[in-house]
Design a protein around this ligand. Structure first.
Ligand code: HEM
Length: 426
């Protein structure tokens, strides 16, 4: 079915769709799930698009899971991160393993996954905890304000920068650069407004390329230092590691560094910010959590990731004609995996619009579907969210969101830019 064929089909290409309250977006995707098959959308208005291109919106859990699993048919090459292929002058900065298929992807993943092994994560545990303690100390000293700036945006950037060995003086800049890279459709981050008309997308991409180039330069500098003098940080693992005698090239290191900084940051920030809003909007769930924090926090974290779905969608590219759940996809078709919709699929989740921290099983696809690209940082993110809420709710039991968040304008990240909060100073 194509978008022109039914007025009831929401126009998810229109950014105003993503500016609506979350319930209305969810209702739009619920309508898509009632249709007989997937909807084909035209590419969003972008000057670099190929004529005749378009994408199938995969909105059901079964489709998203299978497309994630079957990477021979549903390839991540040339691109898994944006609907429209980035022009080559941006592509060379963002062309990381997330946009590759096996065997190249598997090789790189083997090098970098050492840095996310249980042993490495164990080593970050104390650090994550002491950073969370300091963040809450500073929140208490400053008093209630914007939860995103004071808490949610801080822990993930500090942890990933520490892991990579990025000096503290660069942390603020790293936040700004990741905001530009992932929030590239939000005028607040790019300075690019709808009034700029047709130039808007090109200018937005230019800002992304500049931000990416700056991160690459930082990566190159750190990489050179760690090659000369390795330490125990992740940059040292990456620049000195090899698989079958093959090292990461300078460019591969740069793109992976950028992927980690961006992926390790915005996503976890979004989950922490949504977590506070959800525990405010669903006081019964908060009470349940506080009754048995250690017993229930694991389920709560999975439910935050399901309910909020920080990463809305990734893309796959069909390599040969293939039938999946009654629909035939043709070689060359693009598909978008809408994790937000799969995570509310009523055929998998009972009462999907209810936030239920005791939900079990909870086969959400918030960290990606079951397949070779499943989120490499999932365990780190789970740990950060757990440690942050343990510290917050132990010391500030009446911490709440205070009003509505200021949301990121994006069809990619379900982000909060600001979230007012309130608490009684202990
Ligand atoms: C992949 C979501 C945190 C690093 C992914 C994918 C999703 C995702 C949906 C799948 C991409 C695909 O299938 O094409 C999230 C969410 C997070 C989070 C919701 C937090 C709540 C992190 C963190 C890091 C990280 C903390 C690293 C520090 C990565 C990497 C990949 C990835 C490297 C690519 C894996 C590959 O291509 O093999 N993430 N992520 N993520 N994530 Fe995360």
């Amino acid at each position: 079915m194509s978008i022109q064929e039914s007025a009831a089909i929401p126009d998810i290409n229109d950014l105003s769709f993503w500016e609506q309250p979350l319930q209305e977006r969810a209702a739009g995707f619920a309508a898509l799930r009632t249709l007989d098959g997937p909807v084909r959308y035209p590419d969003p208005e972008i000057p670099f698009t190929r004529p005749g291109a378009g994408y199938w919106a995969l909105v059901r859990h079964a489709d998203v899971a299978e497309a994630s699993r079957n990477s021979e048919i549903f390839s991540s090459e040339p691109n898994a991160t944006t609907i429209v292929d980035a022009p080559s002058w941006i592509g060379r900065y963002i062309d990381s393993m997330i946009n590759m298929d096996d065997p190249r992807h598997a090789k790189i993943r083997r090098i970098v996954s050492r840095a996310f092994s249980p042993r490495m994560l164990e080593r970050t545990e104390n650090d994550v905890h002491s950073r969370a303690v300091r963040i809450v100390d500073e929140l208490v000293a400053a008093g209630p304000g914007d939860f995103v700036a004071q808490v949610a945006a801080r822990l993930p950037v500090e942890v990933i920068c520490d892991m990579l060995g990025i000096p503290e003086r660069h942390h603020r800049r790293v936040i700004t650069l990741t905001n530009i890279t992932l929030g590239n459709t939000d005028p607040e981050y790019t300075g690019v407004t709808p009034e700029m008309g047709k130039l808007r997308t090109g200018l937005g991409l230019l800002r992304v390329a500049r931000a990416a180039r700056e991160l690459h330069r930082l990566a190159a500098r750190l990489g050179r230092e760690r090659r000369a003098e390795p330490t125990d940080d992740l940059t040292s693992v990456l620049v000195n590691g090899n698989v079958d005698g093959e090292r990461l090239t300078v460019r591969e290191f740069g793109t992976f560094f950028l992927l980690l900084v961006v992926a390790g940051n915005e996503t976890t920030r979004t989950a922490i910010a949504h977590g506070l809003k959800l525990f405010t909007d669903f006081p019964d769930q908060r009470a349940l959590l506080l009754e048995d924090f250690e017993g229930r926090i694991g389920g709560a974290v999975e439910e935050i990731v399901r309910y909020a779905t920080p990463v809305i969608a990734f893309r796959r590219n069909v390599t040969r004609d293939h039938e999946m759940n009654g629909h035939t996809y043709r070689a060359g078709d693009k598909v978008m995996l809408f994790y937000n919709s799969a995570n509310r699929d009523e055929s998998v989740f009972t009462d999907p619009d209810v936030f239920d921290i005791t939900r079990s099983p909870n086969p959400h696809v918030g960290f990606g579907g079951p397949g070779p690209h499943f989120c490499l940082g999932a365990n780190l993110a789970r740990r950060e969210i757990t440690v942050m809420f343990r510290e917050l709710f132990t010391r500030l039991p009446d911490l709440h969101a205070n009003g509505e968040p200021d949301r990121l304008v994006s069809a990619f990240i379900n982000g909060y830019k600001r979230l007012p909060c309130t608490f009684t100073t202990p």
